[in-house]
Design a protein around this ligand. Structure first.
Ligand code: ADE
Length: 478
């Protein structure tokens, strides 16, 4: 991932970012950072980049021309097809959050535009900017510090930057709780002792203690976050009444990706933030007064809608109200155990080699064409390529030849499973899914998959793997 910071103070930005972890990540080629001096692009004889605002008022404005040309110079040299965003840092922007950092970390090229004086001529912003971001409700003397904050928060989510991907995920804000207090040696300092539970070695008790501390701290310091946390916990309790049916929604909450759009005693409507998919569970008492339906109508006015219904009861209602059609009827199969699956068919778990000598490994962008040559599923090809790029797919190889693959959908379900006809009946699908499930378990997830309700082979495979199937179907409506 590359960061391009458009600024009048390139040294300030580079001096700050080329030290510490971001600097090391650049040296190790995990990320790229460049500062582009906007002043280099001015056409003014005196190198000026600012002028008085029309209509009067205090201060000066950065002019459109140098900003536009600086931005264009970066965009023109980016390879085609790279995922890019142009962020203008401004107190008038949307608040920067961990969620935004995650969203930006999915780009390949991030341009950050730093304003100075009283801001930038609106016309150039309209032409180049994709996101307006503020790092807080205060005013800095320029956008450089804000841009550096964003680069730092996004860079640490890029795989390999932290050396330890788990810590990037389990820290503050994952699931709306602040982090618990931490202690290191010595056991006693200034008469203060480390809480005894942390010395007990009892992992479960430590986990419970930490959760309690995190909750208390969040309630005291960030009541706004605590309220969201409680709403999600109550939502989860509602979903747990039918946990096989609702595991996609429960996992969405567990991963910190859920936004509650509507909640009542009988119903829940969530947005999965990564994919934008909406999940609906339950049913209203009176379908003629369906409040969640009104929210869905508004969502539909804002663009394309993809909605997953849990159970058949609301299908007709959604068809009539929203003119959506069922695109897939499927049943959810869940790995309810916490311990890893036995590795049948895999004789070397460390390198994922099967009894018959197939090697299973993560797919990279170079494998994209081989996967798509075989792909028979109904997801768009660009989507499959994106899953590969994100590292969410695995392939099985024999003598370097791709024979099958599996993936994790962006909303978290295991899927995209395929085995080439020449390699079927060798338990390859089982081996691929075992690897996928066990990796999910290692990350502390509850792996699940959604299989087309009429796909007998897939249903049988889930049974063989020991997954539990929900009796009620899911309906993808598009
Ligand atoms: N530029 C000046 N103040 C800022 C802020 N709070 N956030 C982002 N950019 C800024």
């Amino acid at each position: 991932m590359n960061f391009h910071i458009l600024t009048l103070f390139p040294d300030m930005v580079m001096n700050g970012l080329m030290t510490s972890i971001t600097g090391r990540a650049v040296q190790q080629n995990k990320i790229g950072i460049e500062a582009v001096n906007i002043r280099d692009y001015t056409e003014d004889r005196h190198q000026r980049v600012d002028d008085y605002p029309y209509g009067g008022g205090a201060g000066m404005l950065m002019q459109a021309q140098p900003v536009y040309d600086a931005c264009k110079s970066v965009l023109e040299r980016l390879p085609e097809g790279r995922k890019r965003r142009v962020i203008y840092v401004t107190p008038q922007g949307e608040p920067f959050t961990q969620q935004k950092a995650k969203e930006f970390s999915e780009s390949e090229e991030l341009l950050l535009l730093c304003g100075h004086y009283e801001g930038i001529d609106e016309r150039v912003l309209e032409e180049v900017v994709t996101d307006y971001i503020s790092i807080g409700d205060y005013v800095l003397t320029g956008g450089e510090l804000a841009a550096m904050v964003i680069v730092d928060a996004v860079a640490r989510l890029v795989p390999g930057v932290l050396h330890n991907d788990i810590s990037a995920e389990t820290e503050s804000f994952h699931g709306y709780l602040l982090e618990y207090p931490q202690y290191s040696r010595p056991e006693s300092w200034h008469g203060k002792e480390v809480p005894p539970v942390l010395l007990s070695g009892n992992k479960r008790e430590i986990e419970t203690w930490r959760k309690k501390q995190a909750k208390e701290r969040t309630r005291e310091r960030r009541p706004d976050l605590y309220e969201k946390y409680c709403a999600l916990e109550e939502s989860k309790a509602f979903l747990m009444k039918q946990k096989l049916l609702h595991m996609d929604m429960i996992e969405c909450i567990n991963r910190g990706q859920a936004e509650v759009l509507y909640r009542s005693e009988r119903e829940l409507l969530l947005r999965e933030r990564c994919s934008g998919v909406l999940y609906h569970a339950g049913a209203p008492e009176n379908p003629d007064e369906w409040e969640a339906g009104q929210i869905l109508l508004k969502e539909k006015q804002n663009g394309k809608l993809c909605l997953v219904l849990h159970g058949e009861q609301m299908v007709t209602c959604v068809e009539e109200l929203l003119s959506l059609r069922v695109s897939l009827t499927c049943c959810q199969a869940v790995c309810t155990r916490r311990e890893k699956l036995p590795v049948r068919g895999l004789y070397r778990q460390d390198t994922f080699t099967t009894v018959l000598g197939y090697q299973i490994r993560s797919l990279g962008e170079a494998d994209g064409d081989a996967v798509l040559a075989e792909y028979e599923g109904n997801m768009p090809k660009a989507y499959v390529r994106e899953c590969i790029r994100k590292g969410s797919m695995k392939g099985a190889f024999l003598d370097g030849q791709l024979c099958g693959y599996i993936g994790m959908h962006e909303e978290g379900a295991i899927g995209l499973l395929y085995v080439h006809p020449d390699h079927r009946r060798r338990k390859l699908a089982q081996a691929l899914e075992t690897v996928m499930i066990n990796e999910g378990l290692e990350r502390g997830e509850i792996p699940y998959t959604q299989i087309s309700a009429d796909n007998q082979a897939a249903i049988l495979l889930q049974e063989k793997l020991g997954l539990c199937r929900a009796k009620i179907n899911l309906y993808w409506m598009e």
